[in-house]
Structure formats: structure tokens, C-alpha cells
Design a protein around this ligand. Structure first.
Ligand code: C2E
Ligand code: CA
Ligand code: CA
Ligand code: CA
Length: 279
């Protein structure tokens, strides 16, 4: 125990040691998981509200742990970020997703775009462009069918360098989407400098869209602003028909959320796409 001042004792040192032993064990098994390729990618559809069909899917990684079962990103992405292992994982996800999207493309399921999340660590490493080029070349996927999802804070880490990188990606035809929009704290004046195609409104504004006039006002303002900047808008976390109708009324371009589908394994997504093709 440690004396924290006054009569407050904080018993945190032994807890911290336990945490770090656990952390080390997790880090070791995370390293092994990369070699053993224990990651699986699930796909969550986005529905285009103009065409009323799935035109895009987001790739979301899970870890098929040998003893703990299927682990969600929140159980391992933070540690992967901290240790830098996220770069290797992110590369596996990118490659898998592009290979998968190329199969959908070849199966005549329509042009289905795949969105892949990029982490700040991957940007800091400075080899994103090389990796994207290599993956597009080895999979044969048209660049237009790959979208990368990034956050404001990631771009702001090294603004000029990252803007140049995003421009280079866009020159190749890759789509760029700004994820979790509304939760960052960068000035709106930066937004017009970001070379992006799409804004994704964060789920936190959507969850109570039908009960909170404030959230509705913010959502409407984001959609209008995005459209005046010639950006498309996706709303994430759409769970009810009422959310859908409100967003449709506001002119939102696409929606993603449990209302359409949870993130599903590849085989299940294929069924969704085939059903829609027949419809
Ligand atoms: P995100 O990029 O904001 O992804 C959306 C998350 O919201 C996903 O959680 C998805 O399952 C969840 N979601 C989608 N629709 C709904 C809904 O209607 N209601 C609710 N309550 N949740 C919904 P998931 O799959 O657990 O991923 C969490 C986060 O982990 C992602 O947030 C993303 O930041 C990160 N992540 C996932 N895969 C990758 C990856 O391959 N690379 C990197 N760097 N990060 C990833
Ligand atoms: Ca995302
Ligand atoms: Ca998001
Ligand atoms: Ca979010």
C-alpha cells in the first residue's frame, strides 16, 4: 500500500502487478495469435438508403482464442495498439478483407465495397501506402472497392504528413471515411482540409435519436454540413425503424447497425448478398 496524502491509503500496487502479469500473458498469446493466424474477420453491411441495398460492408476483427472463445476487439485492440502489434493484425485484416471482396466481385454479387479500420500506429509506421499497394496488387481488387476508415485524432497526429498520405491513397482510387465523427475535438476548420469521401456519424448521436431533440439537431447539422462539403454520410449504430425513418428524412446516404445486421461471418454475409441479388 502507498500513502497518498492525508489519511487516504491507496492499495493499488499489488493490483497493478497482477494486471501487468496478466497483460504480459495476453501480449505473449497475442504474438502467437498473429503467427497462428487466429484472427477472423466479420462483416457488417451498410445499406444505401437511395438504392435500398447493401453496397458496402465493414470488416471487424475478432480473435478466435484457443481457450477463451471468440474475443471482441475491445478485449485485445487496446493492448495491440499499446504494443504495436496492431500493425501486423491490421495488415492481416486488410489482406483478408480485400481477398474476400475480390471473391464477391468475381461472383457477380454487384460492386461491394469493403471498409477496413486503420489504427494510428499503422499511420505512424509510415508504410500504409506500400501495404495498400501490395494488397491491391496481390488480390487484384479494384482500388474503388476498398475504403479505409480513419479517425480525426489519427489524422491530427501529424496533419501535413497524413494529409499527403491520404491524398496519395485517393489518387489510387481508394475511398476514405472519417469514423466516429462528432466525438473528436479537432476544429471543424480542419474538416475541409481532409481529403475524404465520407463522414460516419458516431453511434452516440444515433442511439437516442428519436428521444433527444439535441441529438437530432446535431445529426441533422452534420448531414447538412457534410453534404455542403460534398461528402457522403453514413450513420452507425442504427437499431430501430424509427432511427431509419428519421435518418431517411434528414437525407442521410447510408446506414449501418443491428437493424440491418450485426457483424456476421463471411458465409452469412454471402447469404445476405445472394438474397439481395435475387430480390
Ligand atoms: P467501430 O469502427 O466504430 O465499429 C463499429 C462497432 O459498433 C463494431 O463493434 C460494431 O459491431 C458495433 N455496432 C455496429 N452496429 C451497432 C448497433 O446497431 N448497435 C450497437 N450497440 N453496436 C453496433 P466491434 O466489432 O466490437 O468493434 C469495436 C471497435 O474495434 C471498432 O469500432 C473499431 O474501432 C475497432 N476495430 C474493429 N476491427 C478493427 C480492425 O481490424 N482494426 C482496427 N484498427 N480497429 C478495429
Ligand atoms: Ca469503423
Ligand atoms: Ca465507428
Ligand atoms: Ca463509434
Amino acid at each position: 500500500a502507498k500513502r497518498a496524502g492525508g489519511n487516504n491509503f491507496q492499495f493499488y500496487s499489488s493490483d497493478m502487478r497482477v494486471a501487468s502479469v496478466e497483460q504480459l500473458a495476453l501480449e505473449t498469446s497475442l504474438r502467437k495469435a498473429i503467427f497462428k493466424n487466429e484472427f477472423v474477420v466479420h462483416y457488417q453491411p451498410k445499406m444505401d438508403l437511395g438504392r435500398n441495398c447493401i453496397t458496402s460492408v465493414e470488416a471487424l476483427v475478432r480473435w478466435q482464442h484457443p481457450t477463451m472463445g471468440l474475443l471482441p476487439p475491445k478485449d485485445f485492440i487496446p493492448l495491440a495498439e499499446e504494443t504495436g502489434l496492431i500493425s501486423a493484425i491490421g495488415e492481416l485484416v486488410l489482406e483478408r478483407s480485400c481477398r474476400q471482396a475480390m471473391q464477391w466481385y468475381n461472383s457477380g454479387l454487384g460492386d461491394i465495397c469493403v471498409s477496413v479500420n486503420l489504427s494510428a500506429h499503422q499511420f505512424r509506421k509510415g508504410n500504409v501506402l506500400e501495404i495498400v499497394d501490395r494488397v491491391l496488387e496481390t488480390t487484384g481488387l479494384p482500388a474503388e472497392l476498398l475504403e479505409l476508415e480513419l479517425t480525426e485524432s489519427l489524422i491530427m497526429e501529424d496533419l501535413d504528413k497524413n494529409i499527403a498520405l491520404l491524398q496519395a491513397l485517393r489518387t489510387r482510387g481508394v475511398e476514405l471515411s472519417l469514423d466516429d465523427f462528432g466525438t473528436g475535438y479537432s476544429s471543424l476548420s480542419y474538416l475541409k482540409r481532409f481529403p475524404i469521401d465520407t463522414l460516419k456519424i458516431d453511434r452516440s448521436f444515433i442511439t437516442e435519436l428519436d428521444q433527444s431533440p439535441d441529438d437530432a439537431a446535431i445529426t441533422r447539422a452534420i448531414i447538412d454540413m457534410a453534404h455542403s462539403l460534398n461528402l457522403r454520410v453514413v450513420a452507425e449504430g442504427v437499431e430501430t425503424d424509427s432511427h431509419l425513418e428519421i435518418l431517411r428524412g434528414m437525407g442521410c446516404d447510408s446506414i449501418q447497425g443491428y437493424l440491418i445486421s450485426r457483424p456476421v461471418p463471411e458465409a452469412e454475409l454471402l447469404q445476405l448478398l445472394e438474397t439481395q441479388k435475387q430480390a
